[in-house]
Design a binder for this molecule. Sequence first.
Ligand code: GRF
Length: 202
Amino acid sequence: MARVRTAVLLSGRGSNLKSLIAAATAADFPAEIALVLSNVENAGGLEVARAAGIPAVAISHRDFESRESFDRAIDAALREANIALVCEAGFMRIHSDWFARVWEGKLLNIHPSLLPAFKGIRVHQQALDAGVKISGCTVHFIVAELDSGPIIAQASVPVLPGDTAETLAARVLEKEHKLYPHALQLVAEGKVKLENGRAVFV
Ligand code: GRF
């Protein structure tokens, strides 16, 4: 079976990228990580990609005058590399409606909370402030509205007495590294699709 050519978009260190690359080394994994794009030139994730022999390109949003013109450059790079699926992992840019529409059903994101709770940034502090006893992570399809797309998969962790945003983040991140490859596998195999605003399991 041809493996689905997948790109990872990131802005930071790329630990989720590492876990996706590791999963994709299995011969029967249905996706290959074929391109990594970052809006940050010195993002650690670009080095992670290069060390694995994966093309890694920085496209700075600062070089564009609007959200959509930046997204059009990202779109062009994805098409040039013949990418069919995109996994965002710590990509700190909000997309234009245009991009979300063009890539609808092909765009995944991982967020470090049990959505719909705690969207946006400083997520673990939000969870601690709310006093929840369980947190976790979510992989969802991206839609135009931030952190609001149909949910593909979630994993939970306990929030422990004495947790700080850092200790909770570390516990959630361990789960992220298992959840994202699992979710990508489901989508790449066509077992989950975005239909009428819902993630439908086929
Ligand atoms: C992860 O916690 C992810 O959930 C969030 O940004 C972080 C990225 O971490 N969206 P890394 O760059 O994959 O290590």
